[in-house]
Design a protein around this ligand. Structure first.
Ligand SMILES: NC(=O)c1ccc[n+]([C@@H]2O[C@H](COP(=O)([O-])OP(=O)(O)OC[C@H]3O[C@@H](n4cnc5c(N)ncnc54)[C@H](O)[C@@H]3O)[C@@H](O)[C@H]2O)c1
Length: 254
């Protein structure tokens, strides 16, 4: 753990921390000195990430949380507070996508779950009275529509709708948090190489659509999103609130 870590003395809850982007965020936060509650619906992957942080000299615990359950989200925040006496950072990262999921399932995780994290995270941060940061995982599909080569709906209608909703929640909770120095911001990744895009990688026209359509000509790495999440959680972004940062290799600039 860095002596001069940018999150020294902070405690963070990261949802969906067992894989992909959430895992990269949890590990980077741990390396930067935060005490990290790695939470995921998959208890085993969450606990493996916490162990990895601890093995590297950081401080972490894990917890099974289904973000579609309001009680689970409240409990995750309270468990973080119980573990380290306070919470400073809430990362609402858990998300799903793909044709295997229904409209209701996608909205429940990607939109309602983020709402619960913002609502109860902000309440706790206001109660503590020393500010904080909430980071929501949207997507470039929260800014634009898209069509893909094998069917309508881009990344899926529910996915687009839910990620647009995350931007709306970010603006509204950003306003609610502002008088309390709680900043609420979102990240809009482009195509990032995680298990979420396995289906795309296995279908040639879709892979060409994603990689070929990205001006930088490659998928992003989870670590390239984690570094944005570090900026938004740290004091480096002390005047950034109620907005989003795109990290999409130039996709939306076209
Ligand atoms: N990979 C991309 O290209 C991409 C692009 C834009 C946005 N995103 C967003 O980034 C976030 C992370 O995605 P990823 O690519 O790392 O995917 P991933 O599948 O690798 O990781 C998602 C994690 O969320 C967990 N999860 C799923 N449902 C949950 C629930 N109900 N409660 C708690 N945890 C749950 C999963 O178990 C998994 O560990 C998502 O919100 C996703 O929409 C990803």
């Amino acid at each position: 753990m860095a002596q001069d870590g940018r999150l020294n003395g902070k405690t963070a809850l990261v949802t969906g921390a067992g894989s992909g982007i959430g895992k990269a965020i949890a590990i980077l936060y741990g390396r930067e000195g935060a005490s990290v509650m790695a939470s995921d619906i998959n208890e085993d992957t969450a606990s493996a990430v916490a162990a990895q942080i601890e093995d590297s000299g950081g401080e972490a615990k894990s917890l099974r949380t289904d973000t579609t359950s309001e009680e689970d989200v409240k409990a995750a925040i309270q468990t973080t507070v119980s573990a380290w006496g306070k919470i400073d950072i809430v990362v609402n990262n858990a998300g799903i996508g793909g044709p295997q999921y229904t409209w209701e399932q996608v909205i429940a995780v990607n939109e309602t779950g983020v709402y619960y994290g913002c609502l109860h995270g902000l309440q706790q941060l206001i109660k503590q009275g020393h500010g904080g940061a909430i980071v929501n995982m949207s997507s470039m599909m929260g800014i634009i529509g898209a069509t893909n080569p094998i069917g309508p709906g881009g990344a899926g209608h529910a996915y687009h709708a839910s990620k647009h909703a995350v931007i709306g929640l970010t603006k509204q909770f950003g306003l609610d948090g502002a008088p309390h120095n709680v900043r609420v911001n979102a990240i809009c990744p482009g195509w990032i190489d995680t298990p979420l895009v396995d289906l795309i990688k296995s279908a040639e026209p879709l892979l060409e659509w994603t990689v070929g359509g990205t001006p930088m000509g490659r998928l992003g790495r989870p670590e390239e999103i984690a570094s944005v999440a570090l900026f938004l959680a740290s004091d480096d972004s002390s005047y950034v609130n109620g907005t989003y940062i795109l990290a999409d290799g130039g996709w939306t600039a076209k």
